[in-house]
Design a protein around this ligand. Structure first.
Ligand SMILES: Cc1cc2nc3c(=O)[nH]c(=O)nc-3n(C[C@H](O)[C@H](O)[C@H](O)COP(=O)(O)OP(=O)(O)OC[C@H]3O[C@@H](n4cnc5c(N)ncnc54)[C@H](O)[C@@H]3O)c2cc1C
Length: 407
């Protein structure tokens, strides 16, 4: 068994395979120089100094040894060749080695979308995906006075919240007309715009970056489409991530905005599976709808478990309900379900007190919820969605405790 990539999904596949099969040879090949670690703290506690690199490990080093899982760090897989007659093949690495396999899992994650405007290559224009990026960002944040975050998505807003909290003059420039526009309802976008503004962040919506200016190779400012200029000695670009599909695609695996897998984590090539941020998969609740790309710890873990169960021929259980969290300073967002296609919203709690939830309905059926500092509502919606019990919009709008509806 060869697993390409050594992140959240890879570790889970390897762990579950070992649980189910004591003797299967398992190799995990990861391009990074570290043992697998958690990414979520990189835009949160790692930047504030609340967590250090050695506190990020997904498993202690001894775990891999005890479970006979070979983790090859610093091992970038550059090509995969699949045998044409039977399942299996070989992978080539950047250092010129070959790794044979009979089954293969792609767990290659995603990489940040790059900004291409003039000045994008200046020193001080940073991205955030891995520990190396986060270490550079943390150092730059210590020295910076003016921070411009490009992109009002989760990573941009989490980083902006840290920058503002430590006293940096912070701007968020978003091309769309609202924050988090791809994933939340306008009421949630507006809440975040106001809440971040209250914390001193300058939110600029509907603005393109025209160019980045610099002096002696280092960033000094960002010029917007209307030619207005923001001083900057640090620019963090958070404009989304693209699935890492090149190797799979060149090996002949079907990819379309991700490595295409079915609900059993199988690609279209026999013996080749994929899990995590690199995949595009059937909608978990409405398989007849267009496929979804989910970038979350929960998806990486659950899809990895499905991949391992499929490989082992074990039962995969019911599909899991997508979940995500985002901590932007003291604003703790928890989401459950997929809100795409909603036609009715119910807002509970108080936006002003920064403690509320938004329930998304489609044809009166609960499909998703966003809860800000409201973990009880999140928990109740999670139970409802997992059980397929619907909460009506009327009941959601009136009951004091949602959990009464799912007890
Ligand atoms: C800064 C940040 C904050 C986040 N915060 C949250 C959060 O609050 N909540 C949440 O649910 N999710 C969060 N996420 C998303 C979550 O971390 C990802 O969804 C999850 O890590 C996906 O796991 P994965 O295994 O698919 O990919 P990754 O964890 O990205 O692992 C993929 C690994 O594969 C390696 N790789 C790629 N190509 C090759 C190759 N050819 N050869 C060898 N190795 C290769 C990469 O170097 C990488 O180490 C965050 C992500 C980031 C970057």
């Amino acid at each position: 068994m060869l697993i390409v990539g050594a992140g959240q999904a890879a570790v889970e596949v390897a762990t579950m395979l070992r649980k189910g099969d004591a003797t299967l040879p398992i190799t995990v090949a990861g391009a990074e120089g570290h043992l697998p670690y958690q990414r979520p703290p990189l835009s949160k506690q790692f930047l504030t100094g609340g967590v250090h690199a050695d506190g990020l490990a997904l498993r202690p080093p001894a775990f891999y040894e005890q479970n006979d899982i070979a983790v090859l760090t610093g091992t970038e897989v550059t090509a995969v060749e699949l045998d044409s007659i039977s399942p299996g093949g070989r992978a080539s690495t950047a250092s010129g080695h070959e790794l044979d396999f009979t089954d293969l899992v792609f767990a290659t994650g995603a990489k940040p979308r790059r900004l291409t405007v003039p000045g994008s290559d200046l020193a001080g224009v940073l991205y955030l995906r891995d520990l190396t990026d986060a270490t550079a960002l943390r150092t730059a944040l210590e020295r910076a006075r003016n921070v411009v975050v490009v992109g009002g998505g989760f990573i941009g807003l989490e980083t902006a919240a840290v920058a503002a909290a430590i006293g940096r003059r912070t701007h968020v420039v978003e091309a769309g007309d609202r924050l988090l526009g791809r994933v939340v309802a306008p009421v949630v976008s507006d809440f975040y715009r106001d809440a971040h503004a209250r914390r001193g962040i300058n939110i600029v919506l509907g603005a393109e970056i025209s160019r980045i200016e610099g002096l002696r190779g280092a960033v000094t400012g960002v010029v917007l489409g209307d030619q207005s200029r923001l001083d900057a000695d640090l620019v963090l670009v958070g404009i989304g991530a693209e699935p890492q599909t090149e190797i799979a695609s060149r090996a002949g695996v079907h990819c379309q905005n991700g490595i295409v897998v079915d609900s059993l984590a199988r690609t279209d090539c026999q013996g080749v599976f994929a899990a995590g941020d690199c995949t595009v998969q059937p909608h978990p609740v409405r398989p007849d709808e267009s496929p979804v790309r989910l970038e979350s710890v929960q998806n990486a873990v659950d899809q990895a478990r499905v991949a391992a169960a499929t490989i082992l021929g074990a039962d995969i259980g019911p599909p899991s309900v997508p979940r995500f969290w985002s901590n932007q300073g003291d604003l703790k967002l928890q989401t459950v379900g997929i809100s795409r296609g909603w036609d009715q919203l119910v807002v509970r709690g108080s936006l002003r007190e920064e403690k509320f939830s938004v329930l998304y309905f489609r044809e009166r059926e609960l499909i998703a919820a966003d809860a800000v500092n409201s973990s009880a509502d999140f928990a109740a919606c999670r139970i409802a969605l997992a059980r397929g019990t619907s909460i009506t919009p009327e009941a959601a709008g009136t009951v004091p405790e949602l959990r009464a509806l799912v007890a």
